[in-house]
Design a protein around this ligand. Structure first.
Ligand code: FMN
Length: 321
């Protein structure tokens, strides 16, 4: 399938936007095949996290987020885009076809937020988010077919209990620790999370917080007091099939870019979602049916340290079939 050829400059804009998407441990587990004006988004199996993400759900979420950025960049370049989902759940996850036509204004308006969005693991400060912002984020998730549920203080408390449970489970999990040590900490040039982006450690134990550091130097980094009443929302999809994970990724990125535009930062507290029983408990805590895909902490933050990306040439290959 091919249409008008995209220029090198246009491809640069499209792929730079795509790879700016978030991915678990910054593995950047995606590849793109371009043929004419069709861009296929594939999983890159060499970037899997078998200990933390054996089902590859997190990989598909990341690929969904990259696909959303592709569509924003297409709109920025003046294209209308069509989207097909999960054509092969272990490889070809999404197909974006660019067409001459009126670009989606909402996607185009989110484009500038792509390079400003970063995960912030700092304490969040300032007054809470306005009700309007919360509603806009709920709508952003709905626009992509997912649900964002804001948790009450009581629900956040029960989530913190689950974080403690997860910490205990992870204590002797050497596979998971080894995997994290491979991807997280130290200075990083192309992928993974550098020590400087880990943020401070939590000063108190019972905190809505995730410490990804495993290396000795990261274990003794500076501490800080985190917000006592964090604003947390759970992103869920109705079903739990591979296409739903891609949908969760599309919705995640629409929510994060919408938040960025409103000056709101986000980080993730996904640790319970890596265990099936706790994942079900998180969804139950929302009081809604569905399958929890992301636990997101929102708030105002100082600018945080960014994570690197690989050169674009590593992501592009072949032609779409
Ligand atoms: C599916 C998924 C799960 C993630 N889980 C966590 C998490 O539990 N804790 C965390 O601090 N960051 C988490 N992240 C954020 C990534 O670490 C982050 O996106 C990556 O390091 C790239 O950095 P950036 O978001 O600043 O571009 C997750 C991201 C994705 C897409």
């Amino acid at each position: 399938m091919s249409g008008d050829q995209l220029s090198v400059e246009q491809l640069d804009v499209l792929l730079t936007a795509a790879v700016a998407a978030p991915s678990m441990h910054n593995t950047q587990p995606w590849r793109f095949a371009v043929d004419g004006s069709t861009i296929d988004v594939h999983l890159d199996g060499s970037r899997a996290l078998p200990a933390a993400d054996p089902s590859r759900r997190a990989m598909r979420i990341a690929a969904g987020a990259a696909t959303f950025n592709l569509r924003c960049a297409a709109a920025r370049l003046g294209y209308w885009s069509w989207l097909g989902l999960a054509l092969d759940p272990d490889d070809l996850l999404a197909r974006v076809v660019l067409e001459a036509g009126v670009p989606d204004r909402k996607l185009r308006d989110l484009y500038p937020a792509i390079r400003r969005r970063h995960t912030s693991r700092e304490p969040l400060y300032g007054a809470g988010m306005s009700q309007d912002t919360r509603i806009r984020l709920v709508r952003a998730a709905l626009d992509e077919g997912a649900t964002l549920t804001w948790l009450t203080d009581e629900q956040v408390d029960s989530l913190v209990d689950m974080f403690l449970d997860t910490d205990l489970r992870e204590l002797g999990d050497w596979r998971r620790t080894a995997e994290r040590t491979r991807w997280i900490g130290g200075d990083r040039t192309f992928d993974g999370i550098p020590s400087a982006a880990l943020g401070p450690r939590a000063g108190a134990y019972r905190t809505a917080f995730r410490d990804l550091g495993t290396r000795p130097a990261d274990r003794i980094r500076a501490q800080a007091v985190f917000e006592a009443r964090p604003a947390i929302a759970v992103l869920s999809t109705e079903q739990d099939e591979p296409a739903d994970h891609v949908t969760a990724g599309l919705a995640l990125e629409r929510v994060l870019l919408t938040a960025t535009r409103e000056g709101v930062a986000a980080s993730f507290l996904n640790q319970p979602l890596e265990y099936d029983d706790l994942r079900r408990a998180v969804q139950r805590a929302t009081g809604r049916p569905g399958h929890a895909d992301m636990i997101i902490r929102f708030g105002h933050a100082r600018p945080s340290v960014t994570t690197p990306r690989r050169p674009l040439a590593e992501f592009a290959y072949g032609g779409a079939s």
